[in-house]
Design a protein around this ligand. Structure first.
Ligand code: ATP
Ligand code: MG
Length: 373
């Protein structure tokens, strides 16, 4: 790779680039093709950016900010109507063909072997033959998603849903409308587009959509500018919020405290803005409280019974090599996990993965033995 040419494309000096490699910028040749990954945002290049060579740069997917109070946030952020799309709950991937291979990059800029297998299965190769510079941005969702397992989507394994597109070497995204047109043209699954709403009606309409999504176990919405001139905003359901808490509190000492705090604060703003009646408010209180205490009680009970607390997930691979590569990928990401031997299933193999949550285990064990906080 010609570092000087790469630095030039990224808009940084060659000396600065040299200095960054090995520090915030990591070189990797596994899985192939060889690439550089920006672990952190540096010199105006977003985290998760991956460089294969000067002509094959996939920029990091931009951060999407959250509306806390929907109506005022919409008024202050957008000037005309808005598009409302479902926010699907899985992990973000950018899929591109680089150095002749299709790869799926995670948000952090790792080539995920499992997501790559799914992308190659589900995205027609023709799209990259027709558009060699295309970057498909989408969400991988389903019960066999090892990062965010969810069984509220149609898939029983893991599916790719397109929500935006970009180009190699470009930071800008093409936006919702052209993305849905492309998805239709190539028969690629895409996130649901609920419609376009005027600014006056949008917050009421979104409230209805988000309540309905929440009731069905789904996460929420992303609100986008039809002309793609403003950055998108996210807004999520209380049920999804509480399910996150329920999951995280089982492993309470392995999550950052901000994870919990930010979710409680969201409930406070939503409860106020939606000015619910007393009955509904109490329901929210119960949902929120229970989502924190029930999983914690389970964890403590398990420890009292002498059991280990593990996070169990399962993947479904078509090729056994993908399972081996995924194990190596977890190891490189610093995830401690035990992989069970693969079991055959229709269309491939199932592999159970137990992730160790050491901090929660140790902390809980010592407390049930009488340690002070
Ligand atoms: P961020 O840094 O963008 O806030 P995060 O890791 O905290 O990201 P989320 O809270 O899940 O993630 O919100 C943003 C993510 O939502 C996007 O990165 C994308 O993966 C996902 N997403 C799901 N559906 C859509 C959609 N329709 N449009 C855009 N993004 C979507
Ligand atoms: Mg998400």
């Amino acid at each position: 790779m010609n570092l000087g040419a790469v630095a030039d494309r990224l808009g940084i000096s060659a000396e600065r680039m040299e200095r960054m490699v090995g520090r915030m910028v990591r070189a990797s040749d596994w899985p192939p093709p060889r690439h550089l990954r920006f672990d952190k945002a540096v010199a105006g290049v977003e985290a998760g950016t991956v460089v294969f060579d000067e002509d094959e740069i996939v920029y990091g997917y931009p951060k999407i900010r959250r509306a806390m109070m929907l109506a005022p946030a919409l008024r202050s952020h957008f000037s005309g109507g808005v598009l409302v799309e479902e926010k699907m709950n899985g992990h973000n991937v950018r899929v591109a063909r680089v150095m002749g291979r299709t790869v799926a990059l995670t948000r952090g800029g790792f080539i995920c072997p499992y997501s790559t297998e799914v992308a190659r299965d589900q995205i027609p190769a023709q799209i990259f033959t027709d558009h060699p510079d295309l970057v498909l941005c989408g969400e991988m969702v389903g019960p066999k998603n090892p990062y965010v397992p969810k069984d509220v989507y149609p898939a029983d394994s893991m599916d790719f849903y397109l929500f935006d597109t970009s180009r190699k070497g470009r930071r800008d995204l093409n936006g919702s409308l052209s993305t849905h047109a492309l998805a239709d043209e190539y028969g690629i699954r895409s996130v649901q587009l609920f419609g376009e709403f005027g600014l006056e009606e949008a917050s009421e309409e979104i409230k209805k959509i988000v309540r309905d999504l929440g009731g069905r176990g789904r996460e929420g919405v992303i609100i986008k500018d039809p002309a793609n001139l403003k950055s998108p905003i996210k807004y999520t359901s209380s049920e999804s919020n509480c399910r996150d808490l329920e999951y995280a509190f089982r492993y309470y000492n392995d999550y950052g405290q901000d994870f919990f705090f930010s979710r409680v604060v969201r409930e406070g703003f939503q409860a106020t803005e939606w000015s619910e009646g007393e009955g509904e408010f109490l329901e929210r209180c119960l949902r929120l409280g229970r989502s924190m205490l029930a999983p914690m009680r389970k964890t403590v009970e398990a420890k009292i019974a002498g059991e280990a607390i593990v996070q169990e997930v399962e993947i479904m691979v078509r090729d056994l090599q993908t399972a081996k590569d995924f194990e190596e990928h977890f190891r490189r990401m610093g995830v401690r996990a035990i992989f069970d031997p693969p079991r055959p299933c229709p269309g491939g193999h199932l592999v159970k993965i137990k992730r160790l949550v050491l901090s929660t285990n140790d902390k809980t064990e010592s407390i049930v033995e009488g340690q002070l906080w």
